[in-house]
Design a binder for this molecule. Sequence first.
Ligand code: GLN
Length: 393
Amino acid sequence: MKRTTATRVGLFTESVIREMTRITNLYDGINLAQGFPDFDAPAELIQAAAQALRAGWNQYAITWGSPRLRQAIAHKAAWANDLSVDPDRHITVTCGATEAMMVTLLAVIEPGDEVVIFEPFYENYGPDALLSGAHLRYVRLNLDDPEMPFDRGELRAAFGPRTRAIIVNTPHNPTGKVFTREELEFIASLCQEWDALAITDEVYEHIIYDGATHISIASLPGMFERTVTINSMSKTYSVTGWRVGWVIAGDPAISDGVRKAHDFLTVGAAAPLQEAGVVALHFPREYYRGLSDMYRAKRDALLEILAQAGFRCIVPRGAYYIMTDISAFGSPDDVTFCRTLVERCGVGAVPGSSFYSDPAAGRQRVRFAYPKRLETLEDVRRRLRALAPARSV
Ligand code: GLN
């Protein structure tokens, strides 16, 4: 009997984040598992999308992206990231940052190449590595320290002649760490020493708190050509369902490789939504300050709610997740805890183990997402009353 599925899809399991969404929906719960807003995108943007549909942007866009959108991305990358980008040579528009990461790895990885990654890490990078043939080398962030540093010696030791790239994600999912300039400079020096690429996922760049500054590693001296910067509209404009993202590859040869992989995988991202994206990327600077202010209020609300319920929280300085420690509840593990949480309280969260190569490292951790209305978070507060730290879950 022939096997039903290819080995490659047997190498990884269903997304834990999406699974938790499914389970939360079964219990009619509040989904703090998958990070997506429960509030509307800016009205002006919805208007722009409707207008684009009516104006006839309904056939394929140029495969690597609408020229107007690429122009707008270059314009924003100049002021937001200190990057001088040529829209014709460096940018490829993709179906979200998810496709952007996949096509980047498909374009640069030979089977067996090593890719360094900080853990905990966003779960998609695991399957991305497996599908591209990359061998991941993990370097731990120390979550017991509020700055969540990595050990420089450990990072240095992870680099070697087989290292093709390092994946950087700042602001970081799931911890909310914002990498400092010094940290990025150290990473950049290792990339240069070992002739490796930096692949950087910066989708939370405009969700940042407490005076933290977002720095694009591509803007550091000597790094533009050896960096692939990934971004998307999802988080910045509250449109996670649009699936519009992009790759900025400083090396035109890498850009060409990315475009080829992208063309044959998806042809292109939704044409009318790319046109609407032009409007979004020209929003005034105040829009971005307003976004961070809005999320800071949500962060502070959920931090207080979770602390009151008995969680020990890491205070995020960026992105929209709170990584917690659940030791106070005496639960055997994170998966059992999340299941009980959704069954007993109707609140969905993500087991910490799904962010680690060794599940044991996340057994007492759970991630909550807070792109939710304050009323929703207040409802979470009420629901969490069914959970008492003394009571084992
Ligand atoms: N990036 C979001 C998260 O980490 C959504 C993940 C997804 O479902 N693609 O929750």
